[in-house]
Design a protein around this ligand. Structure first.
Ligand code: DGT
Ligand code: CA
Ligand code: CA
Ligand code: ZN
Length: 587
C-alpha cells in the first residue's frame, strides 16, 4: 500500500486549514487552543513528521493527543482527513488562499472570501489586492481604511517574497564552500583561496559566494574552475574572473590575482559594500584611494598587499574582524583603538538548551549527557518541551518530572563533569500565561520560556507576553526571543527596548539560539541588548547529538552583534554561571 509522504510544510498547511475551519465554526476555545499548541509543536519539529509517524513515534511528542494522531494516521495513509473535509464544508475555498498572509487570520479570511464570493484559493489573494486598491475593502463591516491599507501591503509583501530568490542559510552555503575550496586546492595551482563576501562576514544567510584566489597562473586557474562538476551555467568568463551558477542555483563569483595583491582583493570582496564605502571615504581624507588591487597615494604607483593585516595597517588601522564590517561605527571604533574583543568558540563552557526523546529530540537523555561530557563541557542543561498538564493530567506530569529528576541525579552521581541542570522549555501562551504552573517550575533547576504560537499578534501583545515571562520568578532564560524561522516565518515585532529593560531589571538571560534557521536574537538585537546591559547566553537548542555543533553558528551570530566573552554567561566558570543564571536548588 502506498503512503502519502507529505512534507512538514504540507502537513502544517493542512492542519492550519482545519484549525481555521474550527475557528469559523465556533469550536470550543480550549479545543482550539490545544489544537493550536499541537500544530506549533509540530511546526517546530526539525525532524520529519512523516518519519515519526512511519516509525510509530508520534505519541512520543507531548501535546499531540490521540485525536490528532488519528488524523495524521489517516492523512499519511489516504492523503486526506474526512473529518477535515467535513469541517471545511460550506466554507468558501478562497479563504484558504488568504490564510498565510500576515495580519489576516481565520475570521478575516472568511469574511473577505464570503463577502466577495471568492471560491478559488489560487486567485483569492490577487482579487483581494485589486479590491483593496479599488477601495472596496473599507466598505465591509469590521474593516476600515487602515486595515485595507495593511491588507494591501501584506499581500504585496507576500508576493515579493515569493518572487524573490531565497537567500541560502549559512550552514548550507558552508557545505558548498568546503567542496569548492577542496576542489580548487586539488589543482595544485592555488596559493590562497577563501570564501569572502557575506560568507566571510558570517551572515545568517548568503546571496552568492565570492572567492578571491591567488595564483601565479591565472589562466590555468580559471580553466580548472570551469571543470567544477556542480556548474550548471557559465554567466561570465574572463581571464581573471568568472561567474557561474551551480546545479543548486547558487551563484559563484571568482576573482583571480597574484599572491602579492591578495590582501587588497580579499578585503574588497569581503565587504560589506557599506564598510568599503566608509573605508574609502576615510582613506580619501588621508589622500589615498582604495581598490581591489591595492592602495594609491600621492605617488603614482599602486601599493600592493599580500594580506589584509598589512592593508589595514597601511591605513593606520588595526585589523577589523570581518563579522563587524557592517558599515556602522567599526572604523570609528578602530580609530579609537576601541574594537571589541569578540567572543570565540573556545570561550564556551556549557550549553543549557537541548531536547531528548522525552519531547522532540532524537537522542536519549543518556546519549545527550554523554555527548556533553565528551565535549568537555563544564555544565549542560536538559530542557525538553514541558509535558502538557492539559493533555496528560497533573498527576502524570508530576510523576514524569520526578522520574526524570531521579534519572538525572543518578547519572550526575557517576560523573564529576559536566554539572547537569534539569529544566524545561515552557511555552509562553497566547494569553501570556505559561505552559507549566509556578509550583512545578519552582522545583526545577531553571526554566527556558519561549513563544511557539501566535507570533503574529500585534506588537503590544507580543511585548507583554515576553515581559510577563521575564517577570515570572521561575523563568531564567527567554529562548529564541523573536521567533523567526529564516525563509519561513518573520521575526515577531515586540518593543525591544521594553523587553531589554525588563530583562536587565529582572536579571533574566536572553538566548542567542544557534539553530542555523533561527539565529535568534539576531545580530542587531544582540548589539542593542548588550548596550542595554542585558546578559546573554548562546545555546545550541540541540535536538540530536550532532546538533551540539550548532553552537558555532550562535558564536558567529554573537560576533556579528559585537559580543565579547563577558556578555555571554555560558563562558563563565561553573559557579559564576550558576549565579548569573539564578539556578535554584543547587547544592
Ligand atoms: P550577498 O552575496 O548578497 O550575501 O552579500 P555580499 O556582501 O557577499 O555581496 P556581493 O556578493 O554582491 O559582493 C561581495 C563584496 O564585493 C561586497 O561585500 C563588497 C564588494 N562590492 C560589491 N559591490 C560593490 C560596490 O559597488 N562598491 C564597493 N565598494 N564594494 C562592492
Ligand atoms: Ca556574495
Ligand atoms: Ca557576488
Ligand atoms: Zn528548544
Amino acid at each position: 500500500m502506498i503512503d502519502y509522504r507529505l512534507s512538514n510544510k504540507e502537513v502544517i498547511r493542512i492542519l492550519k486549514e482545519a484549525l481555521a475551519a474550527m475557528e469559523i465554526k465556533g469550536y470550543n476555545f480550549f479545543r482550539i487552543r490545544a489544537y493550536q499548541n499541537a500544530i506549533s509543536i509540530l511546526d517546530n519539529l526539525t525532524v520529519s513528521i512523516y518519519d515519526l509517524w512511519e516509525t510509530k513515534r508520534l505519541d512520543e511528542i507531548p501535546g499531540i493527543g490521540e485525536g490528532l494522531e488519528a488524523n495524521l494516521n489517516e492523512l499519511f495513509k489516504t492523503g486526506k482527513v474526512v473529518e477535515f473535509e467535513k469541517l471545511k464544508e460550506g466554507l468558501p475555498d478562497g479563504m484558504f488562499g488568504l490564510l498565510g498572509i500576515r495580519g489576516i487570520g481565520a475570521k478575516k479570511s472568511y469574511k473577505l472570501a464570503k463577502a466577495f464570493k471568492l471560491n478559488n484559493r489560487e486567485n483569492s489573494a490577487d482579487k483581494i489586492r485589486d479590491l483593496a486598491k479599488a477601495g472596496k475593502i473599507r466598505t465591509l463591516e469590521g474593516f476600515g481604511e487602515k486595515s485595507e491599507k495593511d491588507i494591501l501591503s501584506s499581500i504585496e509583501q507576500e508576493k515579493q517574497s515569493k518572487n524573490k530568490k531565497e537567500r541560502i542559510l549559512y550552514s548550507k552555503a558552508e557545505e558548498v564552500v568546503e567542496r569548492i575550496i577542496s576542489y580548487m586546492k586539488n589543482s595544485g595551482l592555488v596559493k590562497n583561496i577563501e570564501a569572502a563576501g557575506s560568507f566571510r562576514r558570517k551572515n545568517a544567510t548568503i546571496g552568492d559566494l565570492d572567492f578571491p584566489i591567488s595564483t601565479d597562473n591565472p589562466e590555468q586557474v580559471i580553466k580548472y574552475f570551469m571543470g567544477y562538476p556542480e556548474i550548471k551555467e557559465v554567466i561570465v568568463q574572463g581571464d581573471k574572473k568568472a561567474s557561474v551558477s551551480l546545479t543548486n542555483d547558487m551563484q559563484v563569483d571568482i576573482r583571480v590575482c597574484s599572491p602579492s595583491s591578495y590582501g587588497a582583493m580579499l578585503q574588497y570582496f569581503t565587504g560589506s559594500k557599506q564598510h568599503n564605502i566608509l573605508l574609502r571615504n576615510y582613506a580619501l581624507s588621508k589622500k589615498m584611494s582604495l581598490s581591489e588591487y591595492g592602495i594609491k597615494d600621492t605617488s603614482k604607483d599602486i601599493k600592493e598587499f599580500k594580506d589584509e593585516i598589512s592593508f589595514y595597517k597601511y591605513l593606520d588601522l588595526p585589523y577589523i574582524p570581518p563579522e563587524i564590517r557592517n558599515g556602522t561605527n567599526e572604523i570609528e571604533s578602530a580609530l579609537k583603538n576601541n574594537l571589541p574583543k569578540l567572543i570565540e568558540i573556545e570561550d564556551i563552557r556549557g550549553d543549557v538548551h537541548m531536547h531528548t526523546t522525552d519531547s522532540d529530540g532524537i537522542n536519549t537523555l543518556e546519549e545527550m549527557i554523554e555527548m556533553g561530557a565528551n565535549l568537555g563541557y563544564d555544565y549542560i542543561g536538559i530542557t525538553d518541551h514541558a509535558p502538557s498538564i492539559q493533555s496528560r493530567g497533573y498527576g502524570t506530569v508530576l510523576k514524569l518530572i520526578s522520574d526524570k529528576k531521579k534519572k538525572i541525579t543518578e547519572i550526575s552521581r557517576r560523573l564529576n563533569k559536566p554539572k547537569i541542570l534539569f529544566g524545561y522549555e515552557v511555552n509562553i501562551l497566547a494569553d501570556s500565561s505559561l505552559g507549566l504552573p509556578d509550583e512545578i517550575m519552582k522545583d526545577l533547576d531553571y526554566c527556558v520560556a519561549s513563544i511557539h504560537t501566535s507570533f503574529n499578534q500585534d506588537s503590544e501583545t507580543i511585548t507583554n507576553r515576553l515581559i510577563s515571562a521575564i517577570e515570572n520568578p521561575y523563568i531564567n532564560i527567554i529562548g529564541h526571543p523573536s521567533g523567526r524561522i529564516i525563509n519561513q516565518r518573520d521575526p515577531s515585532d515586540p518593543k525591544w527596548d521594553r523587553v531589554f529593560k525588563a530583562a536587565r531589571d529582572n536579571d533574566k538571560i536572553l538566548e542567542i539560539n544557534s539553530q542555523p534557521d533561527r539565529l535568534d536574537l539576531t545580530d542587531d538585537l544582540i548589539r542593542s541588548a548588550i548596550d542595554w546591559g542585558v546578559k546573554l547566553m548562546i545555546n545550541s537548542d540541540a535536538h540530536s547529538l550532532d546538533q551540539y555543533s550548532y553552537m558555532k553558528y550562535g558564536i558567529y551570530n554573537a560576533r556579528r552583534g559585537w559580543a565579547e566573552k563577558k556578555d555571554i554567561i555560558n563562558t563563565y566558570p561553573l559557579n559564576d554561571f550558576l549565579k548569573e543564571l539564578n539556578v535554584r536548588n543547587i547544592s
